[in-house]
Design a binder for this molecule. Structure first.
Ligand code: ADP
Length: 266
């Protein structure tokens, strides 16, 4: 609390009392702490690949590049770390764009059935390398909603890509698309590692990862679900998770068919 005191003086300079104003700044302090944590996290995440790129380049210049095998192996590490930096910067830019005051969705009519089919085709290669089967359940062959095509594509890529990443080989990733009154429901279910009860509320936080090494190895930035959550809010939809450690996870999205825009949105 911050307390301000103002003396109350009556006629003839008679002291009548003090007006005390209590200002609750706990929310402001919390936001300030979150901002500081975010800057510290971003700096750390950027520093790691840069340090690695610098180290490997210096070793190569110091003579290691005379060996062709070492050269090849170090260059592929440098490329991988550069890719990592690029994804991180892309995700940070996207997150900051979505959080801007004047952020607007580009609303259009979308067929979710074909959008999901496209995303599955895009991720088929990665699933094949782990022998993961896709299952797609939908009773209709067209489900139309109003939304932002590129942003919703990004949401499904993030969720299905995570389902593949966090499922060991030979698993199944199933997508369910349900069309109900005024709403659609899309679920992405996997037979993967699952998420503990304690971790579930935290996975939508920026940079929160249950298993840092697994996320890092798969090229994850730790920002995917934070972006998904923001995009769901922008669409006036919701996202929830059901999961059991060691059994698998299910991410459920509900979207209104028509995005009802608030004043000032277009
Ligand atoms: P990342 O880039 O690390 O995947 P995300 O924001 O997409 O970042 O996810 C945050 C964390 O949530 C992941 O690091 C992982 O620990 C957990 N997670 C996300 N999706 C799944 C899933 N399908 N199964 C198990 N854990 C998951």
């Amino acid at each position: 609390f911050i307390v301000y005191g103002v003396p109350i003086i009556g006629a003839n300079n008679v002291w009548k009392g003090v007006l005390l104003v209590f200002h609750d700044i706990s929310e402001i302090k919390k936001l300030e702490q979150m901002r500081k944590d975010f800057v510290a996290n971003v700096s750390h995440e950027l520093k790691t690949p840069v340090t690695s790129i610098k180290g490997f380049t210096e070793t190569l210049l110091d003579g290691a590049m005379n060996n062709k095998e070492t050269l090849q192996s170090f260059l592929s590490i440098i490329l991988k770390e550069s890719d990592r930096l690029q994804s991180l910067i892309q995700d940070l830019l996207e997150l900051s764009k979505i959080e801007q005051q004047g952020f607007r969705l580009n609303i259009q009519s979308i067929d979710l059935y074909s959008l999901l089919k496209d995303v599955l085709k895009l991720l088929e290669g990665k699933a094949n390398t782990k022998n993961i089967q896709f299952e797609f359940h939908c009773k209709l062959n067209q489900v139309r909603i109003k939304g932002d095509l590129d942003r919703l594509k990004q949401v499904f890529i993030n969720l299905i890509n995570n389902a593949i990443t966090y499922t060991p080989g030979d698993g199944v990733v199933s997508i369910n698309l349900l069309d109900s009154d005024g709403k659609v429901r899309i679920s992405v279910k996997d037979t993967g590692v699952g998420i503990s009860k304690e971790d579930i509320p935290r996975i939508f936080e920026r940079f929160y990862r249950v298993d840092r090494a697994r996320s890092r190895n798969s090229g994850g930035t730790g920002l995917g679900l934070a972006i998904v959550k923001h995009l769901m809010e922008a669409h006036h939809g919701s996202i929830s998770v059901k999961s059991k450690l060691g059994e698998g996870s299910e991410f459920i999205i509900e979207l209104p068919k028509e995005v009802i825009l608030k004043d000032g949105e277009s």
